[in-house]
Design a protein. Structure first.
Lengths: 76, 594
């Protein structure tokens, strides 16, 4: 799951060498602004075939929170 | 679906996102030569989201490099009236939605109040456009209003004076009228675009409330792509010419095989009606100033005869250039460009055959290719490609086709064999040979009996007769596969061996695989079989008919010596198999199933 997420990040930031870990936050990646943030969320919904609720959007603040949400929603 | 590159339109319903836009932009920046540089101010009532990024990519694909100024959030009015300096845009794009309309009809309003609100909103817009024009002398692109997805009045929303959809329709009509009266003002028809994509797809409530995205992420490429089309049109980059194949592209069927009466066009036949709908669209397109041209693998007279078919709408005269021959199509398209005096990058190509489309994509990358195989799909893909978006329609545009009724004077043009060879290799063709047997006798008889063009002797066979050919007969059946799939049984050769010679009784090949040099591969196999049983001489007969002119010189090309003419007009040929026989086929991978 982390690998698929990592590829999304690589595509968004156009950097095939980018690596992420569960600890990664927006402060760690140059260019992770609101536009990139929205783009990542959309790509995640496409990639994992899930849909976030309005309330869940606000929870997404880091790679860790993304992974947690993906886990919950793919298990459903 | 929307083109991602100038020459590659993909099929589909909703345009897919580009996952790595930065990379795509980098690629384009390194390949686009001498782009036209323009400045675009993008002023919106909501969040621009990814629209500017997509716009940049789609414009680069059309050879235009934009510098984009993104206006402050919901400051489009202020920016237009007293902001943006010193950017000095060439084009201002206003992106607004019904959310930006200050006062909308209330259920408690009187008719006069609603009319007042409509006028007030339109005046506000006119002031904005007029002031921007006066300040920057730039082109203005304004979108009209798409419907909101929900209606409190249901269907009454369009007819009751308090309905929102009716209000927006009235406002859109005012905007259209303003566009007719104002040069340099262009409407982006979002009422159409959002309907085409579907309101359910276009609007995303979650993104609207979270991020103020007026359009769903999914539909942003469509919006940006359409905006790029308008911009390209404003700068005179509307494509000029549509080059079409004939058989199974303009009409149903292969005129060289079935004759004129076998063609499907109109006449209440479902397939025929689909082709007719395509022709209607093409005729109208021609009337807007687009040149139609044709390139077809046919004898010229046969190709022209197709236009006599019942139900045919387009005529030979509708085509400004017309080439029917057996040469590779990329050479013909170059000739067409020369004849019409236009650049290859002004041409759009439509052909039902994926191999032909691949040929043009590879050898003429500046030509835009519509990737679709059926008329129902051609129509939609062509329409949504945006290549023929006009900025305006002048009297010159409407009469252009007449000015171009040119003769197809053939300037001598040497074939680029190296490129064509590479193209054939790239098809990854594999040919499977097997003899005629009971298992394939039915297909063999069918192919022999229905093939008219590549048909050497005119001999017809029943399934039983085909199955009986063994022993003294040298038979070769060829099945051809390529990167697009399995073409099935495409050629049959039957020879009778006696007294050290093989007499060709019949040799047919499906016109679907002409131009692939398959005849060389089949001949190599015939020679191989002959040598295996000690046959040193091959005798061929060519029986001319109205339809098999394409193979009149086949034996000559293969190296046969011509003998005396026969009593019925047939020509007689002989081939002595040399000790050191060199294979003639160099592009097809041969497999045997003996």
């Amino acid at each position: 799951m982390l690998e698929r997420l990592q590829q999304i990040f690589r595509d968004t930031f156009d950097d095939e060498t980018l690596t992420i870990s569960p600890e990664t936050t927006p402060d760690d990646i140059d260019g992770w602004d609101s536009l990139a943030h929205i783009s990542i969320i959309a790509a995640v919904q496409d990639e994992f075939d899930i849909e976030f609720e309005l309330s869940e959007f606000a929870e997404i603040t880091s790679v860790a929170s993304l992974l947690a949400l993906i886990r919950t929603k793919t298990a459903q | 679906m929307r083109p991602f590159s100038n020459n590659n339109v993909l099929g589909g319903e909703v345009m897919a996102a580009i996952p790595n836009k930065k990379k795509r932009k980098r690629e384009l920046l390194s390949t686009v030569k001498n782009p036209l540089k323009i400045k675009i101010a993008f002023l919106t009532g909501g969040s621009p989201g990814e629209i500017p990024e997509y716009l940049e990519i789609f414009l680069l694909e059309r050879g235009i490099m934009p510098e984009i100024y993104i206006g402050g959030y919901n400051r489009y009015y202020e920016d237009a009236v007293y902001g943006i300096n010193p950017f000095a845009p060439d084009i201002i794009y206003f992106h607004t939605t019904y959310h930006d309309i200050k006062s909308q009809p209330e259920i408690t309003d009187s008719p006069e109040t609603v009319t007042g609100k409509l006028d007030e909103e339109f005046e506000r817009l006119k002031t904005m456009w007029g002031t921007a024009r006066a300040r920057f002398s730039c082109a203005i692109v304004q979108n009209n209003f798409g419907y909101p997805p929900e209606r409190t009045l249901g269907n009454l929303d369009c007819s009751d004076y308090r309905g929102i959809t009716g209000f927006l329709s009235a406002l859109n009509l005012k905007i259209s009228k303003y566009a007719r009266e104002t040069p340099g003002f262009y409407v982006q028809d979002i009422a159409y675009l959002s309907a085409r994509e579907g309101l359910n797809e276009w609007n995303n409530a979650v993104y609207m409330h979270m991020y103020k995205y007026t359009v769903s992420l999914k539909c942003m490429p469509a919006l940006a792509g359409n905006l790029a089309d308008i911009t390209a049109a404003i700068y005179g980059r509307r494509k000029k010419c549509l080059v079409l194949d004939l058989d199974n592209t303009l009409w149903g069927g292969i005129v060289g095989e079935t004759g004129v009466s076998g063609l499907k066009i109109g006449q209440g036949d479902p397939e025929g009606e689909a082709f007719l709908a395509f022709q209607k669209y093409l005729l109208r397109l021609k009337q807007t100033g687009i040149l139609l041209a044709a390139t077809s693998k046919n004898e010229e007279s046969v190709a022209i005869s197709g236009f006599d078919a019942d139900g045919m709408l387009l005529k030979r005269d509708d085509f400004a250039a017309f080439i029917a021959n057996w040469e590779p199509k990329h050479e013909n398209i170059v000739k067409i460009a020369e004849t019409l005096n236009i650049g290859l990058d002004s041409i759009v190509f439509v052909d039902d055959n994926p191999a032909e489309r691949e040929l043009i994509k590879k050898l003429l990358p500046e030509v835009a290719v519509i990737d679709a195989s059926e008329p129902i799909r051609f129509l939609r893909e062509l329409d949504q490609s945006g290549f023929f978006e006009p900025a305006s329609l002048s009297k010159d545009d409407v009469s252009r086709a007449e000015t171009y009724r040119a003769n197809t004077s053939r300037t001598a043009y040497k074939a680029e064999f190296d490129d064509y060879y590479e193209y054939l290799k790239s098809l990854s063709m594999e040919c499977f040979f097997m003899p005629i047997d009971e298992g394939n006798a039915a297909r063999v008889a069918s192919l022999i009996n229905k093939t008219n063009q590549f048909n050497m002797t005119g001999l017809k066979l029943t399934e039983a007769e085909a199955a009986a050919m063994s022993g003294d007969y040298i038979t070769v059946c060829a099945r051809l596969e390529d990167k697009f799939g399995d073409n099935g049984l495409v050629s049959v050769f039957i020879g009778k061996a006696e007294n050290g010679a093989c007499s060709v009784l019949q040799w047919v090949m499906s016109c679907r695989v002409f131009g692939r040099k398959l005849e060389y591969a089949v001949f190599d196999e015939v020679v191989r079989l002959c040598r295996a049983n000690g046959t040193k001489l091959i005798k061929g007969v060519y029986m001319p008919t109205r339809k098999n002119t394409p193979v009149a010189s086949l034996y000559e090309i293969l190296g046969f010596r011509r003998g005396s003419a026969g009593e019925n007009g047939e020509s007689v040929w002989e081939y002595e198999i040399p000790e050191e026989y060199e294979s003639k086929n160099d592009v097809i991978d041969i497999k045997h199933q003996y």
